[in-house]
Design a protein around this ligand. Structure first.
Ligand SMILES: Nc1ncnc2c1ncn2[C@@H]1O[C@H](COP(=O)(O)OP(=O)(O)OP(=O)(O)O)[C@@H](O)[C@H]1O
Ligand SMILES: [Mg+2]
Length: 279
């Protein structure tokens, strides 16, 4: 099995060199106009995650169809949330609870983070369309609660195996407040309508330094400015692309490996470590 602690192949840079991302201890924010390639980018990470050992999924997808392809591979430990803000908030609270329990566990052992050798599962949280939950549905209080929970999970989750990958069509301050953006270590700016939107994703004044996603042509879906490695200078990449058929193929394969990986030789479910439970 693959591991979330290893580099994930994500695309090619301008020199045709493969670009990898290590998602462990990191969160990622992708922003850009509709059809710029955000969901395809998330699906690359998702498909890799499906093939990883000890990885669970929390999928929040307002549109349902972007991450819905993964549904057949999910089991009882995974969660799928459609266009339901109440459920999204409940799920984020459970994750918050999990993060607190895991942090307590580390503290008791005088440690600061989990490594690949710990018997702890990684939770990959995908949020496709932040704006749907943070601006489109529910009351103002619910939306504020959602953003506050999100900020907490992004800032505390990464060392305890909770990784958040989020996408938004509308990189604007009302959807992604600066305080939220700044806690994402990795940022991918796909085609944006303005320098301002590009800066919302990459960081203040990035467009003035030449890193401007408004320059990416609409005819180039999958091309983005990726702020990753050194966290200072973005590089332009073309994301890898999986067709729906390829995703379905991976999902079907993962449905089988994930099921057999969680059962013992008699076909019974293996018990999870008690402090992982998020009830
Ligand atoms: N890396 C890529 N290489 C080639 N084509 C791509 C790539 N990524 C996306 N595309 C094309 O662009 C289309 C739209 O991509 P995608 O659904 O990922 O956009 P999106 O940014 O998520 O849009 P929306 O905001 O509407 O959800 C895809 O159906 C595909 O045809
Ligand atoms: Mg999309």
């Amino acid at each position: 099995m693959l591991s979330m602690y290893d580099p994930i192949p994500i695309g090619m840079n301008e020199f045709q060199v493969r670009v990898d991302l290590v998602m462990a201890y990191r969160n990622l924010l992708a922003g850009g106009v509709p059809d710029s390639g955000k969901s395809a980018f998330l699906q690359n990470i998702g498909c890799y995650g499906l093939l990883c050992d000890h990885t669970h999924f929390v999928l929040l997808d307002g549109k349902q169809v972007e991450l819905g392809l993964f549904l057949p591979a999910l089991d009882d430990d995974d969660i799928f949330v459609g266009p339901d803000l109440d459920k999204a908030i409940r799920v984020l609270k459970r994750l918050q609870n999990l993060i607190t329990k895991r942090s307590d566990w580390l503290l008791e052992r005088r440690r600061r983070k989990f490594t690949r050798y710990d018997p702890v599962d990684t939770y990959l949280v995908f949020l496709d369309e932040v704006a749907f939950y943070s601006t489109a549905v529910g009351t103002k209080e619910q939306r504020n609660e959602f953003v506050t929970l999100l900020r907490d999970i992004v800032s505390r989750g990464r060392y305890v195996g909770v990784i958040l990958v989020a996408a938004t069509q509308r990189p604007s301050v009302d959807v992604i407040p600066k305080s939220l953006r700044d806690v994402f270590a990795y940022r991918a700016a796909f085609r944006c309508m303005s320098k301002g939107s590009s800066d919302i994703v990459l960081g203040d004044e990035m467009s003035a330094q030449g890193y401007d996603a408004a320059d990416i042509p609409m005819s180039s879906p999958g091309v983005c400015w990726l702020l990753a490695e050194n966290g200072v200078t973005p590089s332009k990449i073309k994301a890898a692309y999986l067709t729906d058929d390829q995703i379905i193929h991976i999902v079907d394969f993962a449905a089988w490996t994930r099921r057999t990986g969680r059962t013992d030789r008699r076909g019974l479910r293996k018990a999870a470590s008690p402090f992982l439970n998020v009830a």
